[in-house]
Write a protein of this length. Structure first.
Length: 260
């Protein structure tokens, strides 16, 4: 490891995620993360969170400034404030929107969801984090193995208080490895994990989505990982796997039909 490598800090990773590094430093960080996949995963997650924040806040940022605030800035009595209010507001918005690395949504948390779309995004984010965490495991990728499928499905269904099935995806080249219980802000979630002949892993995630309206399939791009998510009844589902949109959509469509 070079002396430069040893100087790669979390601040560098955050700046890299936000595209704020110059060309030279960016190259150094790229060399670092090529040998540190965990840091690449952090960057992917931060960028995904930033995209969700932009989607939520951009409509607000485009709303007109209230007249009383505009008048306050332009009046002579507010001359001093006019020198700093505009830059301060811009800086505040940049801080909120550019929090890819600064605001790390914890392993079990996300912004409150007030609509079906936001609920779906919350499901997608929880599913992605669980996918990233457990698909890397070599010896313990699942809590209950596929040879106990009946017990696994019964257990997770009971915890979700809703019937859950493990779709048969062998025709798509996927073998069920098993599954596990996933805590989501103190509430139960479920993950089923599949694997293909190349060792690529796919996960089907489910959690309660009480009160949300059913939705069609939605796609989320997490970089190297793709996700289709939807809400059916009182349950939100998400299928994560290698980011091949068409292949993932084929599998997600089949899973959606099985679980509907």
């Amino acid at each position: 490891m070079s002396s430069v490598d040893r100087n790669i800090t979390e601040a560098d990773l955050v700046a890299f995620a936000d595209d704020r590094l110059d060309t030279a430093r960016r190259g150094e960080v790229e060399n670092w993360i090529a040998d540190h996949p965990d840091d690449q995963s952090k960057i992917d997650l931060w960028r995904a969170q930033t995209a969700m924040l932009r989607a939520a806040l951009d409509p607000i940022s485009k709303e007109p400034v209230p007249a009383h605030l505009t008048n306050a800035v332009v009046t002579s009595r507010s001359h001093y404030r006019s020198r700093w209010l505009g830059p301060a507001l811009a800086a505040s918005l940049a801080l909120v929107v550019g929090l890819g690395g600064g605001w790390y949504i914890g392993q079990l948390g996300w912004p409150s969801a007030g609509t079906s779309q936001n609920t779906g995004e919350a499901v997608a984010l929880a599913a992605y984090k669980a996918h990233q965490l457990y698909t890397r495991e070599v010896r313990h990728p699942v809590e209950v193995r596929a040879d106990e499928e009946d017990h696994l499905v019964s257990w997770l269904s009971k915890r979700l208080d809703s019937p859950l099935r493990a779709p048969d995806l062998t025709a798509d080249g996927l073998t069920l490895l098993g599954g596990r219980l996933i805590p989501v802000e103190g509430e139960p979630g479920a993950q089923l994990m599949y694997e293909n002949a190349n060792g690529d892993r796919y996960t089907l995630f489910a959690m309660r989505a009480d009160g949300a309206q059913p939705t069609a399939l939605h796609f989320e791009d997490w970089g190297s990982i793709g996700c289709f998510y939807w809400i059916e009844g009182d349950i939100g589902y998400a299928l994560n796997g290698p980011n091949d949109h068409d292949q993932l959509m084929t599998i997600a469509t089949k899973v959606h039909e099985v679980l509907s």
